[in-house]
Design a protein around this ligand. Structure first.
Ligand SMILES: C[S@@+](CC[C@H](N)C(=O)[O-])C[C@H]1O[C@@H](n2cnc3c(N)ncnc32)[C@H](O)[C@@H]1O
Length: 350
């Protein structure tokens, strides 16, 4: 299950000895779940596709480009908060193991890892991502940059990795979940996820959560809708390409015949639900076949397929929600406009 690689030259040796990767994807179960979820989403009214289909190799690359877009304020705002408070967070939590869910390129995580440079303590970093190639490349880069770091990555879904984390303990643990990715879960998925996080922590361990805020300073208690919508409808069309790539991913995976030219990207802010909703809109009345699923769907002109929700949060409600789940808020870090929040919570001691 776990591999520590061995290699020829000494620099790579030192990297190889500090790297272990657990491959925890149960391909058979995933294939069954994937097929079931795609079929039920596309048969539903309104139609939907699970957001995890964003992330094939091209999707992961497009997401990295989204993070650098001028309109996409969440990444740079969260990065600026981590840059300012990363060392303080490390000094406060004193984790031996830093676990990151959905680590991707671990770019912002470096502000936390920097906090260990001056400490004389070992650090295990446990990146978790179901994209194995992204995790492997990132881990190798980090080991070159941080000579005292040991990495025990997991190529796994959040669920599977959190279940495994609850069965062993390397030492004081902090779990981080950045990018407001929690906003992509509906309420039920969120409850299940937070419960799993709590179970993977011991009393006194920490959870650091990044959330996109309503920004209380604005009238109606929200950021201007134009700013929110622009973040998901960028001028260069990268988010549109990211959204449309999901159909290509389905074509590749299930022998499908989605014609990407016959769909248009749209992202709108739903002010009642406080969430961005991302859609693919059919530009014609059409049928689409996914051969390996034995599925044919009919789409009307202008019919929408929901591909992602991105919920926005209120600090106080999130604080109460977390504490109901034994995660007590210790410190809130934010930017000057209060657009984004980093919540440091500690698992209740009793
Ligand atoms: C939106 S990106 C966020 C990356 C980074 N944490 C950030 O804040 O910029 C989500 C990352 O989580 C991974 N991911 C998404 N859903 C996942 C799941 N259910 N289990 C494991 N990894 C997942 C994707 O491959 C991707 O690298």
């Amino acid at each position: 299950m776990s591999t520590f690689s061995d290699s020829g030259n000494s620099k790579q040796d030192s990297v190889g000895k500090r790297l272990g990767i657990d491959y925890l994807l149960d391909i058979k179960a995933i294939e069954q779940d994937d097929a079931k979820d795609v079929i039920s989403g596309l048969k539903n009214n309104p139609k939907s596709i699970p957001a995890r289909y964003f992330y094939d190799q091209k999707g992961s690359q497009l997401f990295e480009q989204i993070c650098a877009l001028p309109e996409y304020y969440p990444t740079r705002t969260e990065a600026s908060i981590l840059e300012e408070y990363g060392v303080e967070i490390i000094e406060l939590t004193k984790a031996i193991e830093l676990v990151e869910l959905g680590s991707g390129s671990s770019t912002k995580t470096r502000f936390l890892l920097d906090g260990y440079r001056d400490l004389d303590s070992p650090l295990y970093y446990t990146p978790i991502d179901f994209s194995g190639s992204m995790l492997q490349t990132t881990a190798n880069n980090l080991l070159e940059e941080y000579p005292q770091l040991k990495i025990q990555g997991k190529v796994a879904t959040y669920d599977r990795a959190l279940k495994q984390l609850s069965t062993y303990y390397l030492g004081k643990r902090t779990i981080i979940f950045l990018g407001s990715s929690i906003g992509n879960f509906d309420k039920k998925e969120c409850d299940r996820f937070i419960q799993r996080v709590t179970n993977a922590l011991k009393p006194g361990d920490y959870f650091l959560l990044g959330i996109d805020l309503y920004a209380q300073r604005y009238p109606l208690g929200q950021k201007p809708v134009e700013i929110l919508e622009a973040a998901y409808n960028d001028a260069q069309g990268i988010t549109a390409a990211f959204n449309l790539n999901m159909l290509q991913h389905l074509n590749d995976r299930f022998q499908g015949n989605f014609n990407l030219d016959l769909f248009k990207h749209e992202a709108i802010y739903n002010t009642e639900q406080n969430q961005i909703e991302m859609y693919l809109i059919s530009q014609a009345s059409q049928s689409v076949n996914l051969k390996s699923l034995d599925l044919t769907i009919e789409l009307k002109q202008e019919e929408k397929i929901l591909t992602e929700i991105s919920r926005k949060f209120d600090l106080q409600s999130m604080k109460e929600y977390l504490s109901k789940n034994q995660l007590n808020l210790v410190q809130t870090y934010s930017d000057s406009q209060q657009w984004f929040g980093l919540l440091l919570c500690q698992k209740a001691i009793n």
